[in-house]
Design a protein around this ligand. Sequence first.
Ligand code: Z5A
Length: 215
Amino acid sequence: MSLQRQPRLVTLEGGEGAGKSTVLAALRDALLASGCEVVCTREPGGTPLAEQIRGLLLDTRHEPPSPETELLLMFAARAQHVSETILPALRRGAWVLSDRFTDASYAYQGAARGGDVDFIAELERRVVGISPGLTLLLDVPVEIGLQRARGRGDADRIESEADEFFERVRTGYRTRAEAEPQRFRIIDASQPVEAVAAQAVAQLQAHRDALQVSG
Ligand code: Z5A
């Protein structure tokens, strides 16, 4: 069973402090300005149950999950998110902007944690079944991203990992982007936030133009 590409599903990926939240708002505004319905969502999360799973995953107060538990909880949240939020929105013709999606599991649980990539791919096929039409990878050197993210105060469980962990995340994302250049666009997120947002909006517009040309 292969993944079903969803042209109107747009995902934002990147390491800590890459600026995904800001860029997502700019993409949303651009789509709303052209009269589209837009659903903004995030992972892990995006439904009440999946948000509870997010709490389990990121809370530093309880026992840390094993790598397998972490992976399976990410996909449990994602299965719920896809069936309850993403697919219903796509079916009624809305655009869906997601702050992270399955690529994050390849980067964090695969490349950074050393999880079995074939198993992640199997989970993706069996419990997700869809892939984004466009993925914007906000790429920023780890040192800069962590400085921004840690400037906000309390770190969650994953944010508390060592810098080498985030170097592996970055490499994992870049490797995926290089393997699927037709879906990914890499944006240099070390630039000022306005420039990053403007490039993201331009990439979304190019994607929409290409969809119209291809009918
Ligand atoms: N995770 C996983 O392991 N596996 C999975 O499958 C999934 C997720 C889906 C939660 O994600 C965690 O779950 C995350 C990955 C893991 N791990 N961590 N850590 P999240 O998306 O909720 O958390 P996050 O990535 O840590 O979010 P973030 O650090 O907030 O990133 P962001 O949204 O890209 O950044 P931001 O909020 O837009 O910006 C952060 C700060 O930097 C803020 O003060 C901005 O004003 C500033 N900023 C942003 N851009 C710029 C520029 N260009 N210049 C200067 N300052 C900037």
